[in-house]
Write a protein that binds this ligand. Structure first.
Ligand code: HPA
Length: 263
């Protein structure tokens, strides 16, 4: 599977993998691309069913850093398969990536993180009871999850945010299955559990990446207050609208982080 990437890109060896979440796909334009490959041409890569997820692998550089950008992800809720991202994440590791930067749109559980805020994930709560390593044999499956979100990379994210003039919070991300949004009672429970942000992605990729030996950095863009925090209903359209508005700052932050990675 790695050979496909390496072959298609003439021996190009990425150091960082990037997964672009809802509304953030346009960051791929920041990459000086050497190859762009639709997932459909990559065996085992998922078909993406969410409109804003393009389903392309973009190989190239951001400043001095060679990167492999997954423009769009598949989620657990799309087909009820928790290991949808196993092949892409392992392909990044096999192609030479030492780290992955995961991005997502999320709901905020904190009134001091209004829509448009950015949060570096420091830890997660997996509320689904599902694990992408189900069925894997051998002791390698007992993956350590202490500092799963690499503290040094998180500092680099915070430094990049400062350099990009973007305020960046730190906090805990709770993973719900979706695709229905959470109930206000579920969000009240998640607050008791210590969550700062809620979403339907990223956690399976973090587990897969740690299993594959890559370091993980992760960034959430708050697109709404989580259910029940403020009056009113939740809508996917708001996710896309807010992600679009805030994406300039996030783009600067991601660019700074990736430029500094190989510097
Ligand atoms: N809940 C779950 N996932 C989300 C949300 C939310 O409120 N906002 C964006 N993705």
């Amino acid at each position: 599977m790695s050979s496909v990437i390496v072959e298609r890109a003439g021996g190009f060896r990425p150091r960082v993998g990037v997964v672009l979440g809802s509304g953030l796909g346009a960051f791929a334009d920041e990459v000086a691309a050497v190859a762009t490959i639709p997932y459909a041409e990559l065996a085992g890569f998922p078909a993406t069913t969410v409109g804003s997820h393009a389903g392309r692998l973009v190989l190239g550089t951001v400043g001095p850093t060679p990167v492999a950008v997954l423009q769009g992800r598949a989620h657990y809720y799309e087909r009820g398969r928790i290991d949808e991202m196993a092949v892409p994440v392992r392909a990044l590791a096999a192609a030479g990536c030492e780290a992955v930067l995961l991005t997502n749109a999320a709901g905020s559980l904190r009134l001091d993180m209004p829509p448009g805020s950015v949060m570096a994930i420091s830890d997660h709560v997996n509320f689904t009871g599902q694990n992408p390593l189900f069925g894997i044999q051998g002791d390698g499956r007992f993956v350590d999850m202490v500092d799963a979100y690499d503290p040094a990379l998180r500092r680099q994210l915070m430094d990049a945010a400062r350099a990009a003039d973007v305020r960046c919070h730190e906090g805990v991300y709770v993973f719900f299955s979706g695709p229905s949004f959470e109930t206000p009672a579920e969000i009240a429970a998640a607050r008791v559990l210590g969550a700062d942000a809620v979403g339907m992605s990223t956690v399976p990729e973090t587990i897969l990446a740690r299993h594959a030996g890559m370091k993980v950095a992760a960034l959430s863009l708050m697109t709404n207050y989580a259910a029940g925090l403020v009056p009113g209903a939740l809508a996917h359209e708001q996710t896309l609208a807010v992600a679009g508005e805030a994406s300039a700052g996030v783009r600067r932050l991601l660019r700074r982080f990736l430029e500094a990675f190989a510097a």
